[in-house]
Design a protein around this ligand. Structure first.
Ligand code: ADP
Ligand code: MG
Length: 305
């Protein structure tokens, strides 16, 4: 049992009984910086308000997503700057915030020898629910997310996607007002990703999630915040972000094109009007319709196509 508590404490350090009165919504981040002990700044002064049902922080590996999530969910102290969630300060009012949130860390994996039902019940009891209530809420969440048939199998026997769904079920059962999900689908196969997406859509809480997949950001949220090197590079709705490519196509040269502003590996990239593109086709360029993935390119960030 000590081991189990250590495990939960380490991965999900949120232990108090949940109240779910008003939605825990507005996150105000002001000049947030984080410097690790090696002297490097993982966050270089982030200022943004997040008040959407689902907000997605997108960025490549090392962008600062996990650092930001850990600070917002009161697991890591910032170096400077402030954050309030519905007016509660993440440092001074840590107890108030922890009552209302759930944080699912990157690469979280359930304890292998526990079943999904045991796992979720144990978590809910640790949050302050009675055994009876925990059993009811866990069962309800497992049914909602179509994990009921797997409820008594050791988690070790579940697929990667099902394991992630156990954590989503945990968040659902907890009835928390705000859920942080750090890279919930990284490393999953395409079908498992779809399954996890559909389970995330069942969450009633407000949600902040991180990903490095643009399709995931588009599918799950209306608000996208792109960060890189600890700074915000872009933010807006998918439609507003796409607007900057209106009337443009992407042309790619597989050879050195000195006029190209952007380069990924040996591919040289420019954005031109469709009419201009015609002449480039004859010169051996390929033409692509821009998508939100192009935001990575124009921000000088290599992206996962
Ligand atoms: N504990 C740590 N000590 C020193 N540097 C760290 C630590 N954790 C993360 N970093 C560095 O901070 C930067 C941001 O990391 P992270 O927040 O994990 O990014 P992401 O989640 O977007 O991949 C990276 O350069 C990473 O190497
Ligand atoms: Mg991370």
């Amino acid at each position: 049992m000590i081991y189990l508590y250590f495990y939960i404490d380490f991965y999900i350090p949120i232990f108090r009984k949940v109240s779910c009165t008003a939605a825990f919504k507005m996150i105000e981040i002001n000049k947030l910086k984080k410097r690790y002990s090696n002297g490097a700044y993982a966050l270089k002064g982030i200022t943004i308000n997040l008040d959407d049902k689902v907000a997605t922080i997108i960025g490549r590996n090392g962008a600062g997503k996990t650092t930001l999530m850990r600070i917002l969910s009161t697991q890591l102290l910032q170096t400077s700057g402030s954050v309030t969630i519905n007016g509660y300060d993440i440092v001074k009012d840590v107890g108030e915030i922890r009552k209302r949130i759930v944080s699912i860390p990157q690469e979280a994996s359930p304890i292998g020898y526990l079943t999904p039902l045991e796992h979720i019940k144990m978590y809910l009891v640790a949050r302050g629910l009675s055994f009876k209530q925990a059993d009811q809420d866990a069962s309800h969440a497992l049914r909602e997310l179509e994990l009921w048939e797997a409820r008594n199998q050791p988690c070790d026997m579940l697929s990667g996607g099902m394991k992630r769904k156990v954590f989503v079920a945990m968040a659902l059962a907890s009835n928390a007002e705000l859920v942080f999900l750090d890279e919930p689908t990284t490393g999953l196969d395409p079908v498992s990703r779809l399954e996890v997406w559909s389970s995330i859509k069942m969450l009633k809480s407000n949600l902040v999630l991180t990903t490095h997949y643009m399709d995931e950001a588009q599918e799950l949220s209306k608000r996208i915040v792109m960060i890189d090197s600890g700074e915000i590079k872009e933010e807006g709705t998918p439609a507003s972000l796409l607007k900057r490519f209106t009337g443009k196509v992407r042309i790619e040269a597989p050879f050195n094109d000195p006029k190209s502003k952007y380069r990924i590996g040996n591919t040289f990239i420019r954005y031109v009007s469709p009419r201009e593109a015609e002449k480039f086709i004859k010169l051996g360029y390929s033409v692509k319709r821009p998508t939100l993935d192009d935001l990575f390119i124009v921000n000088g960030v290599e992206y996962e196509a």
